[in-house]
Design a binder for this molecule. Structure first.
Ligand SMILES: NC(=O)c1ccc[n+]([C@@H]2O[C@H](COP(=O)([O-])OP(=O)(O)OC[C@H]3O[C@@H](n4cnc5c(N)ncnc54)[C@H](O)[C@@H]3O)[C@@H](O)[C@H]2O)c1
Length: 308
């Protein structure tokens, strides 16, 4: 199949590119390189440098005749979304509409895969894992723009007759995650420790998240290519891990005794977050194959190798 991956130069998108190429698909990456890097892109993938909001997108899609569009390009910084909600909406809502229109008007696309969020859509976790059918209540413009984009994906899928796959990820971590932003505590802590500096934990570090290794996310994106029905899926591990426990795992993997600083909590941050993956297990017999311990070890090895 010929597959377009927006955001394919980024952290998650580039792992999906690798997986699709390994399966023998033809892959075209569409990226503006605002946070992604050419070094992440598999040499067998073609690259088109473009912003997803560009009016030129439609002619590119008409020319390329993609079978599947996998849409991962986004503005994903929570703080940017609150400080610049118009920018967030421009990329995440208008950009997504532009990609959807290009997919529809090209006449060739049969499936549209969209990277949404679990962590920023559901509210505070109270011990009952959120399912895809639970009420959503995004608390920041990022979650609002992703939810809005989900509705546009459904609308355009119906309008143009393609299948949609909406994937709600919890907290993804692994090799190639950008350590310069403020999301992605695993890569930030690892790189700060490797720089021999003290990482800062926001608040007391008791806040929990549901961490999924990026290879597991790529495996679901690959499985979905054979699933020809509309679906909305959480991708999670159903394991709550506190930031303090993540830090301890990283200390072990980096053989470090650097202790963290504790900063002020991020206002409005949920204290607990986790989602159910039972739909994924039932339909695809899928379970995450990487333990947190292994995933952190692989991530440390990646960042150490980058410095050699
Ligand atoms: N990382 C996570 O934990 C997580 C969790 C839930 C959902 N997601 C979603 O997964 C997707 C990928 O996230 P990531 O962590 O790989 O981030 P990333 O920043 O590494 O990747 C995003 C990619 O999109 C590109 N991009 C951004 N704006 C663009 C634009 N206007 N036009 C073209 N390209 C553009 C960037 O250059 C980058 O290559 C996003 O849609 C994000 O919302 C990520």
């Amino acid at each position: 199949m010929k597959i377009a991956i927006t955001g394919g130069a980024g952290f998650i998108g580039s792992h999906i590119v690798d997986s699709y190429i390994q399966q023998g698909h033809t892959v075209v990456v569409l990226d503006n390189f605002s946070s992604g890097s050419r070094a992440n892109i598999h040499p067998k993938a073609s690259v088109i440098e473009i912003d997803i909001t560009s009016p030129e997108l439609i002619s590119i899609f008409e020319k390329e005749q993609f079978d599947v569009v996998n849409h991962h390009a986004a503005q994903l910084n929570l703080r940017v979304s609150t400080e610049k909600p118009t920018f967030d909406a421009t990329v995440n809502i208008l950009g997504t509409i532009n990609v959807l229109e290009a997919a529809g008007k090209s006449g060739s696309v049969s499936q549209f895969i969209f990277a949404s969020t679990g962590g920023a859509l559901y509210g505070e976790f109270t011990g009952q894992y959120f399912t895809e059918e639970d009420e959503v209540s995004p608390q920041a413009p990022y979650g609002i723009s992703k939810l809005s984009a989900e509705y546009y994906v459904k609308y355009f899928a119906k309008k143009y007759g393609f299948i949609y796959s909406i994937l709600r990820y919890t907290n993804v971590y692994g090799p190639r995650q950008n350590a310069k932003g403020e999301a992605g505590v695993v890569s930030i802590f690892i790189n700060t420790i490797l720089d021999n500096k003290k990482p800062t934990i926001n608040g007391l570090g008791n806040q929990t998240r549901d961490y999924v290794f990026v290879a597991d996310i790529a495996s679901v994106n690959t499985l979905l290519l054979t699933y020809k029905e509309n679906i909305t899926l959480n991708i999670s591990c159903e394991v709550e891990t506190s930031v303090n426990d993540i830090y301890k795992e990283i200390q072990i993997a980096t053989v470090s005794n650097i202790e963290p600083n504790f900063g002020t909590p991020i206002p409005g941050e949920v204290m607990r977050s986790s989602c159910s993956n039972s739909k994924l297990k039932t339909i695809f017999s899928w379970s995450p194959s990487t333990t947190l311990n292994d995933g952190i070890q692989q991530t440390v090895e990646f960042f150490v190798s980058q410095r050699q």
